[in-house]
Design a protein around this ligand. Structure first.
Ligand SMILES: *Cc1c(COP(=O)(O)O)cnc(C)c1O
Length: 585
C-alpha cells in the first residue's frame, strides 16, 4: 500500500509551499471576516468610515503596523528550527494542518474551560482526544483526556489523579481500621483497587463524611499521618512516586509541587542501554511495601528526552499485573510526551523499523492507566500543546472543585478535572486537523515517523563508517542519536573534554545545530560503564558527555535532501573531531 507523502503538509525549508499557505490563510481570514459581518447583519457598524479616516485613527494604525514590522524583523533572528540543518532539540517546523488548525481556532479564541465559552472548541477537543486515544491503542469509546499546555502539566495531571486515588483508598482503610481496631497496613490499604474498595465501604458502612475526615488531601496531612501511624503501629513515612532514572525533570517539579518531598521520588536504576530495569522496579515496589509506604504511581517513559529510548513498558505492565493478582493495584503512567506518536507505526509494515522489544513496549502503552503525549513535539503542532489521556473514565476523575460562576448543570465541562483553568482550543484544533489530513494510521503518520527513524539510521551508519573518532551510543531506539568523541587510549574524562569541545565548535557554527546532553552515573552508571568498556576507556569520570541529534526534520529523510546534507554534516563533524583530538590534555 502506498504510504503518505508529507510534501504537501509542510511549508518547506525555502517556503516552497507558500501558495498553499496563502490560500489557506485567505480562507481562514475570509471565514473570520464573514462570521462577524453576517452574524448580526442589521447591527450598526461600531467603527464608522469617518472614524477610520480621522487623523487620530491613522496615527494609531501606523503605530500598529510599524511596531508589527519591528517585531517581524526581530523574529528573522529567531532559531531556524525548520531547516534540515537543525538537529538540536525536539522541535522542527510545525506542519501546515497544525498551523492552519491553530490559527483558525486562535482567531475565534474559544476557552475550553467551559462550553459556555467554547461551543465548538470543546467538541473539537473531544474529537482530537479520541484520535490520540485511538493512536495509542486506548478504546476510543471509553478513553478520556484533555489538552494541556505541555507534557509537564500532563504529567502533573497524572500525579494529581493517582495521588487522589491513593488518598481515597487510604482514608477508607484508616476509617475501617479505626472502627474495627484490627490490623492496618498503609501499603495494602492504598492499593486495594476499586472493587475491594466498594466492598469494604459497603460492608463496613463507611460514610462519605467519615472518609473525608480521614483524607490527607482534605484535612491536615500531619494529623492524618499521626492517625495512620497509630493504626499501623509504626511511624507513617508518606507515599512514594517511582520513576525511572531517565525521567524528564518535570517529575521532580511534580514531587515539589505535590509536596511529596524529593526523598519520596524514587528513581529506578537503568540498565546498560539506559532503559528502566524491571527487576530494579520490583525491588523498589517491594521496598515501599516493606516500609509500608503507598506507591502513588509507577512511571515508565516512551521516548526519553535525552536519547529517545523506550522503556520496557510491557514488562512494567506484566509486573504490575502480578501485583494486581495479589490484590495490589498500582497506578501506571506512561510518559510518552515525546514517543507517543511512534505508536502510530503499530499495525503496519512501518513498525518493523523498531526492534521487537520496542514494538512490544509501545503496544503496551494502551494498558497503562494514564498517558502523556506532547503534540508540540512529534505531533508537529505549534506550542503550547500537550495532552493527558486515561484509559477510562474512572481513571480520569480527580477531586472536584466548585466554581459558582460556571454553570454546573452543563455536563462534559472540563474545568473541574483540569489543573489549568482557562485553556486554548488552538492545540486541539491543530491536532484535529492533523488527524483529519495526515491521519494517525500506520501508513500515514506511522510511515512519517518511521522515515524520521530511518534518517537517524542513515546518519548512524555513515558516522560509523566515516568518522573513526566518533563513538555512537548504541543502540538508538528511535530518531535521536547520541555520540561522543574518542581517541585511542583516552580515559572517559578526556573523551568528555573532546566531546564538549566539538559541541562548542558546533555552537559557534551556524551551518549545523546539534545539542548536548550529559549522563550522570547516579542514573546511568551501567550505561556509562558499558560505553567506556566498549571503547576501551578507563572510567575516571562520573559522567558521560554526548552530542545529541534529533532527526525530526520532515524533509531530511527524502533521498535527495539526505544526499545533500549528510555529507556536509559528516565533513563538519570530522573537521571538529580532528580539532578536538589535538587538544592537549
Ligand atoms: C518534553 C518532555 C516532557 C515535558 O514536556 P513539556 O511539553 O516541555 O512540558 C515530559 N516528559 C518527557 C519524556 C519529555 O520528553
Amino acid at each position: 500500500m502506498a504510504v503518505i507523502s508529507t510534501d504537501a503538509y509542510f511549508l518547506g525549508a525555502r517556503s516552497e509551499n507558500s501558495d498553499s499557505v496563502n490560500r489557506a490563510f485567505g480562507e481562514i481570514l475570509k471565514h473570520w471576516f464573514d462570521w462577524r459581518s453576517e452574524l448580526f447583519p442589521d447591527d450598526a457598524e461600531v467603527i464608522t468610515n469617518d472614524e477610520r479616516q480621522s487623523e487620530k485613527f491613522c496615527v494609531e494604525e501606523e503605530r500598529l503596523h510599524a511596531a508589527l514590522k519591528t517585531l517581524c524583523d526581530m523574529l528573522l533572528a529567531e532559531t531556524p528550527t525548520f531547516t534540515p540543518r537543525y538537529l538540536s532539540h525536539m522541535v522542527s517546523e510545525a506542519s501546515l494542518p497544525a498551523i492552519f488548525g491553530h490559527l483558525a481556532a486562535l482567531l475565534h479564541n474559544p476557552n475550553n474551560t467551559s462550553r459556555e465559552v467554547s461551543r465548538v472548541g470543546a467538541r473539537v477537543e473531544i474529537e482530537a482526544i479520541t484520535m490520540l486515544a485511538e493512536m495509542i491503542g486506548f478504546d476510543p469509546m471509553i478513553a478520556q483526556g484533555h489538552f494541556t499546555c505541555g507534557g509537564t502539566i500532563a504529567n502533573f495531571e497524572a500525579v494529581w489523579r493517582a495521588r487522589y486515588r491513593v488518598d481515597h483508598a487510604l482514608a477508607l482503610g484508616l476509617v475501617a481500621a479505626e472502627k474495627s481496631g484490627g490490623p492496618f497496613s498503609a501499603f495494602e490499604s492504598a492499593h486495594v483497587g476499586w472493587e475491594k474498595f466498594d466492598q469494604i465501604r459497603i460492608h463496613d458502612a463507611i460514610s462519605e463524611q467519615e472518609m473525608r475526615s480521614a483524607s490527607s488531601v482534605l484535612c491536615n496531612p500531619l494529623e492524618i499521618a499521626e492517625r495512620l501511624s497509630k493504626s499501623s503501629r509504626r511511624s507513617y513515612r508518606g507515599s512514594v512516586l517511582i520513576t525511572p532514572g531517565n525521567k524528564h525533570f518535570s517529575w521532580r517539579k511534580a514531587a515539589n509541587i505535590f509536596h511529596l518531598g524529593e526523598e519520596s521520588l524514587w528513581n529506578a536504576p537503568l540498565d546498560e542501554q539506559g532503559r528502566l530495569d524491571i527487576k530494579e522496579l520490583e525491588t523498589l515496589i517491594d521496598k515501599a511495601r516493606h516500609q509500608d509506604r503507598p506507591v502513588i504511581a509507577v512511571v515508565s517513559v516512551a521516548g526519553t528526552t535525552e536519547a529517545g529510548e523506550i522503556d520496557p513498558i510491557d514488562g512494567v505492565v506484566c509486573l504490575l499485573n502480578e501485583y494486581r493478582l495479589k490484590g495490589i493495584h498500582i497506578w501506571h503512567h506512561v510518559d510518552a510526551a515525546y514517543g507517543g506518536y511512534f505508536c502510530s507505526m503499530l499495525g503496519g509494515e512501518q513498525e518493523e523499523i523498531l526492534d521487537e522489544a520496542r514494538r512490544s513496549a509501545l503496544k503496551s502503552v494502551r494498558l497503562a492507566d494514564s498517558v502523556t503525549i506532547d503534540p508540540h513535539k512529534l505531533g508537529y503542532v505549534p506550542y503550547a500543546c500537550g495532552a493527558f489521556l486515561t484509559r477510562d473514565a474512572s481513571s480520569y476523575t480527580a477531586s472536584s472543585f466548585h466554581a459558582p460562576y460556571i454553570d454546573r448543570a452543563e455536563t462534559g465541562d472540563k474545568w473541574q478535572s483540569t489543573i489549568e483553568g482557562s485553556r486554548t482550543a488552538a492545540g486541539a484544533s491543530a491536532t484535529w486537523l492533523t488527524g483529519r489530513t495526515m491521519g494517525f494510521g500506520p501508513d500515514r503518520f506511522g510511515a512519517f515517523m518511521a522515515s524520521t527513524i530511518n534518517a537517524r539510521r542513515k546518519f548512524e551508519e555513515t558516522i560509523a563508517s566515516q568518522c573513526k573518532n566518533i563513538a555512537v551510543l548504541a543502540p538508538a531506539d528511535t530518531n535521536i542519536l547520541c555520540f561522543s568523541v574518542i581517541k585511542k587510549g583516552d580515559s572517559l574524562s578526556n573523551s568528555n573534554m573532546r566531546t564538549n569541545h566539538v559541541f562548542r565548535l558546533f555552537q559557534k557554527d551556524p551551518s549545523f545545530s546539534v545539542s548536548k546532553t550529559v549522563f550522570d552515573s547516579e542514573n546511568y552508571r551501567r550505561l556509562i560503564e558499558a560505553h567506556a568498556n566498549r571503547h576501551r576507556m578507563t572510567l575516571d569520570d562520573n559522567q558521560l558527555s554526548l552530542i545529541r541529534c534529533v532527526f525530526m526534520n520532515p524533509f531530511l529523510p527524502k533521498n535527495h535532501v539526505l544526499e545533500s546534507f549528510l555529507p556536509k554534516f559528516i565533513a563538519r563533524l570530522n573537521l571538529y573531531a580532528e580539532q578536538a583530538l589535538e587538544l592537549s590534555i
